[in-house]
Write a protein that binds this ligand. Structure first.
Ligand SMILES: CC(C)(COP(=O)(O)OP(=O)(O)OC[C@H]1O[C@@H](n2cnc3c(N)ncnc32)[C@H](O)[C@@H]1OP(=O)(O)O)[C@@H](O)C(=O)NCCC(=O)NCCS
Length: 434
């Protein structure tokens, strides 16, 4: 089997909920040995959040923690701190997304961690960077609001709207993963670890870069591609633009047959495909009409343009319309529901949607690694049960003897979930499930 890109990299994963786990899951898919540290008998809060089956790890947890090992360790206990210190010595990276100050309160400031292992890369997610809000706890939607996504999403006459894409949590996790591999790359030359910090507000703002672009364009005049032009008014800030295209070309979501809730096609009108558009929808007379033929002429009547297009798309389903338009190089995309995505064979074939076996919940679907490396393909392995690898990690990584493990357990420094788990699930596969 090909060696994975990050094989040999060991990551101490102190993350929980979504932002941090997204990051360490990606690194695990690239082959890093990710050791997830969880509180004894409690674990990551998402194990029990939004549960669909009583008493088993939720999809929230399982879908964010593939390919990791789990150790339960009380990092506030004296013996637990000793074990944690030894793990820091043995790892290349430590990742955490606790509330501000939590790690310092445990006695592990960046300075202390750097002293314990100067080669270690220490990566963290916080809601805000240094400034007035640095001590706040932050969740997904808070960061979408703080980073400019909510004020620029939704329709002109509606309230600020958050997006379904988890740009605050998963988006920041992605940013953090890039920071970590970059710091590891620099370590190859410097021999030194460094601190990697990503604030969720910054990550969201980075993804809203085009809206800051528009904020500055607004100082010089109206944003002509926005639906507010030319009949509405612009205020001092970038307004919500509905489904208007964020790029330089006008775009909108138009209705298709049979008129269901997701029967829409997103269409774009580029100048180079104007003639093809008009031919397709039966309006050849507008191809060279000076009132319609140029982008400038069309701008004040984009709503009429999209209405004409919609008259045609409503006679087709979104996939039929897409086939006809794609054949003419007209950019468009169907609004695809989660049900359709879950059932899409081509996504199964590429490993973007994967069915995973799990010993207590049975099979479930997950999103596989969206980043495909030709020499480091990702095998998606189920998430660990709470504390499933406690003994294995103490033995293999730290060289503990059986009696040392027992002593740590007796003291409450590590949990006893694995023993309970063995009674309930005697033949757990270390890889793909039961
Ligand atoms: C997500 C968030 C709001 C959750 O807050 P929370 O539920 O209060 O959880 P915390 O991160 O504060 O941790 C709770 C406590 O558990 C403790 N804890 C965690 N793991 C532990 C372990 N293995 N052993 C002992 N104690 C542990 C922490 O030290 C902390 O204790 P303290 O408050 O006494 O210092 C917060 O962690 C946060 O703002 N994180 C940064 C931003 C972020 O990632 N948000 C997105 C989440 S998807």
């Amino acid at each position: 089997m090909t060696e994975k890109a990050l094989s040999g990299v060991r990551i101490l994963d102190m993350t929980h909920v979504q932002s941090g786990p997204t990051c360490t899951q990606l690194l695990a898919w690239f082959g890093a040995d990710v050791i997830k540290v969880e509180r004894p008998h409690v674990g990551d809060a998402t194990r029990s959040q939004l549960r669909d089956i009583p008493d088993v790890d939720s999809l929230y947890f399982t879908m964010l923690n593939h390919n990791k090992r789990s150790i339960t360790l009380n990092t506030k206990d004296t013996k637990g701190k000793e074990i944690f210190t030894r793990l820091l010595e043995e790892c290349d990276v430590m990742v955490e997304n606790f509330a501000p100050g939590a790690l310092d309160r445990m006695g592990f400031s960046w300075e202390r961690i750097h002293e314990i292992n100067p080669r270690l890369v220490y990566a963290s997610v916080k809601g805000f960077g240094p400034g007035p809000y640095q001590d706040c706890k932050v969740y997904e939607n808070v960061s979408q609001c703080a980073g400019g996504a909510a004020s620029t999403t939704g329709f002109e006459d509606g309230p600020p709207t958050v997006t379904g894409a988890q740009i605050g949590d998963s988006g920041t996790g992605l940013h953090l993963a890039l920071g970590i591999v970059t710091a590891l790359f620099q370590r190859e030359k410097s021999g030194q670890g460094q601190r990697v910090e990503c604030a969720m507000q910054d990550g969201v703002l980075n993804l809203c870069r085009v809206k800051l672009r528009d904020q500055q364009r607004l100082q010089r005049g109206p944003l002509k591609e926005y639906p507010q032009y030319p009949n509405g008014t612009f205020g001092e800030s970038v307004p919500r633009a509905g489904n208007a295209s964020g790029g330089g070309q006008p775009g909108w979501a138009v209705k298709c047959a049979p008129g269901g809730i997701d029967d829409y096609l997103y269409v774009i009108i580029q100048p180079q495909v104007w003639a093809a558009w008009m031919k397709t929808i039966g309006h050849e007379e507008l191809i060279d009409d000076p009132e319609w033929a140029t982008p400038e002429a069309r701008l004040p009547k984009l709503d009429q343009c999209f209405s004409m297009i919609e008259e045609w798309t409503q006679t087709k389903n979104k996939y039929e319309a897409m086939d006809i338009l794609n054949a003419q190089n007209i950019p468009c995309g169907p609004i695809v529901s989660m049900k359709e995505l879950a059932e899409e064979p081509s996504l199964r074939a590429t490993g973007t949607i994967v069915e995973v076996a799990h010993p207590t919940r049975g099979p479930y679907l997950t999103v596989g690694n969206p980043i495909k490396l030709s020499d480091s393909p990702s095998d998606i392995k189920r998430s660990p049960l709470l504390g499933e690898h406690t003994d294995e990690i103490l033995r293999e990584v730290l060289g503990f003897t059986d009696s040392e493990i027992q002593a740590a357990r007796d003291q409450g420094a590590v949990g006893s979930e694995q023993l309970l788990g063995e009674m309930e699930h005697p033949k757990l596969s270390p890889q793909g499930g039961a």
